[in-house]
Design a binder for this molecule. Structure first.
Ligand SMILES: [Mn+2]
Length: 497
């Protein structure tokens, strides 16, 4: 979450992190409580380890423990830095190699991770857990090498060309929703949402029909979508939903179903983490087909292969359908637009602004987005960056892109004659946050993120008449007993770090 900011401290007194770490028995174990306030405990753990490190900057355990707290809060850049520091202080501290490997895994740097797992296995040949992690990581490195080899062989063919959807038959015992004459309709959508709510599976033929059609629709959009709201129009903007299907249904219950008269914009990170990502994305794609001009979707950093491999979506699609269907999702995600401009005044993107000065709306229009995002540059920044309170830019806590200050926002807005930006990408206790003197707004729509953050969700109403953001908050609703990250790579599952 990386950005919970200044929430009130409620750390259990007398159990400060550095004391625990000093006891040889609890070596490497963080005093992270299980009282339902884990988020705050991570935050406090970070605070206390930081204080301890100021007093004693050569303690590898403190760095390693703070690294774990950063891992749990998605600050992978900081986690990597701390693990590296722990090893600088004590190169024989084996936990440091584990932490550095996990940080690199989370950042998609599998080769670097493998090197550290190798070290652990060499030092501890009888450690079964280490061996398992080494093998799992090795498998990913080999798979990536294989994928690169075939990719360079020929220009990648689309899954669409190898599908024969017409000849897929729907078995007689399938009682679920079907497209009508190959088209998504209002009744199909209401039936499908109800069907998903009962944890039933959409027929693969219908899923493929939606994917093929939505790829066509999205591929015709520009990288920067520009829309105009009339005086009386109202647009609802939602942030991350992350596979929390039951909370998505709750948004529709509170704010009305999407329609041409009730337009929505979902600002990326539809999938991963939550274990109902397929239900979320098929519902959103269905509405995109039904209301192509009044239902908008932007790409998030989780609509990418590396993230999907680690955080559950690939595993979920393979578990519920096939690897081939995941390939098609990947193709569709590449066509999601990167930003949307409303009435030439409000710019919406998932992550934020840029590592370099002088980027214009025209530069965004020109981005060739049909690809996995590069490690740097405007496309990477739009998906990954975060605002910071201090002026200027700094290294990202996530280890990707940058953090940008109020002055960066100010000059970008001025250059492009905009009023403010709306972005998502960070969990916020209240579901939204207004920063940079009202010029940078964060909206996040996954309440009680990952079943453990205790945050509210929010969405924003924008009216054509004044373009003033109007915030609406909501809390989490119950969901069936499938835990977040249930489909994630075993290396990323919480207990395994
Ligand atoms: Mn994100």
């Amino acid at each position: 979450f990386c950005g919970f900011g200044a929430s009130p401290a409620n750390f259990i007194s007398g159990k400060r992190g550095e004391h625990e770490a000093n006891s040889p028995k609890s070596r490497g174990r963080l005093p992270l409580a299980c009282d339902g306030n884990e988020n705050k405990d991570y935050e406090n753990a970070i605070k206390f380890y930081s204080e301890a490190l100021e007093l004693n900057p050569s303690n590898a355990i403190y760095y390693s423990n703070r690294s774990l707290a950063y891992l749990r809060t998605e600050c992978y850049g900081y986690a990597l830095a701390d693990a590296t520091k722990a090893l600088e202080v004590d190169k024989n501290y084996i936990k440091g190699y584990y932490r550095r490997a996990t940080s690199n895994m989370a950042l998609g740097k599998f080769k670097a991770a493998l090197k550290d797992y190798e070290t652990v296995v060499r030092v501890r040949p009888n450690d079964k857990d280490a061996k398992m992690k080494y093998q799992e990581c090795n498998k990913i490195v080999k798979q990536k090498a294989f994928e690169r080899a075939i990719a360079s062989d020929e220009t990648k063919k689309s899954v669409v060309d190898s599908l024969d959807i017409e000849s897929m038959t729907i078995e007689d015992d399938y009682a679920g929703p079907k497209l009508e004459d190959g088209k998504v309709t209002v009744s199909f959508m209401t039936d499908m949402m109800e069907w998903f709510k009962e944890q039933k599976k959409l027929h693969r033929k219908c899923a493929y029909q939606i994917l093929v059609q939505v790829k066509d629709v999205l591929s015709k959009l520009p990288s920067l979508v520009e829309i105009t709201l009339k005086e009386t129009d109202k647009l609802t903007i939602c942030g991350d939903t992350h596979g929390q299907y039951y909370d998505l249904l709750n948004i529709f219950k509170l704010n009305g179903l999407p329609s041409d008269a009730n337009p929505y914009l979902f600002n990326g990170d539809f999938v991963d983490r939550g274990s109902f990502s397929l239900e979320v994305i098929l519902t959103l794609f269905g509405f995109k087909l039904l209301y192509p001009d009044n239902f908008h979707l932007l790409r998030g950093n989780h609509e990418t292969d590396n993230m999907n491999q680690m955080y559950g979506f690939e595993g979920e699609v393979k578990a519920k359908y096939t690897a081939q269907m995941f390939q098609l999702f990947s193709e569709v995600f590449q066509w999601l637009p990167l930003a949307q401009c409303i009435n030439t005044k409000v710019l919406v993107m998932h992550g934020g602004l840029f590592s370099e000065d002088g980027v214009t709306l025209d530069d965004i229009r020109k981005i060739d987005r049909n690809r996995q995002p590069p490690d740097s540059g405007p496309m990477c920044d739009l998906l990954w960056s975060d605002p910071q309170p201090q002026n200027g830019r700094s290294v990202s806590k996530r280890g990707v892109s940058c953090q940008f200050g109020p002055d960066v926002t100010e000059s970008f807005l001025e250059k492009n004659k905009l009023d403010y930006i709306i972005r998502s990408h960070e969990v916020k206790a209240e579901g939204y946050e207004v920063t940079h003197s009202g010029k940078c707004i964060t909206v996040f729509s996954a309440p009680n993120y990952c079943d453990q953050m205790g945050n509210k969700g929010a969405y924003i109403h924008l009216r054509g008449s004044d373009l003033k953001p109007e915030f609406h908050q909501f809390t989490a609703v119950p969901h069936p007993n499938v835990k977040p990250m249930a489909y994630a790579n075993t290396l990323m599952q919480l207990g395994m770090m």
